[in-house]
Design a protein around this ligand. Structure first.
Ligand SMILES: [Zn+2]
Length: 84
């Protein structure tokens, strides 16, 4: 019956893509960084208190890149997560 297994596979891939609108891929999550030489953390929340202290540019990048640059998760947001 399956004359075109490749097409079936593609259809399956397409369907699985549309079924999962936001497959969690932490490495590609967008994070916010302060473009300061003294900055050492990354932020998920663009309105974070830690980011508001930034006197430099704030830029957006992937979590993967942030970690590669040695950034660690923001203390403000870490505390927030624990409090919840
Ligand atoms: Zn933060």
């Amino acid at each position: 019956m399956l004359k075109h297994p490749v097409i079936c596979l593609l259809a399956l891939l397409f369907l699985s893509c549309t079924d999962a609108p936001q497959s969690p891929d932490p490495e590609n999550t967008e994070v916010y960084l302060c473009d300061s030489p003294a900055a050492y953390s990354y932020h998920f929340n663009p309105n974070c208190k830690g980011l508001q202290q930034c006197k430099h540019n704030i830029y957006k990048t992937s979590l993967k890149t942030a970690k590669k640059h040695g950034r660690s998760f923001c203390g403000w947001e870490a505390n927030d997560t624990i409090a919840r």
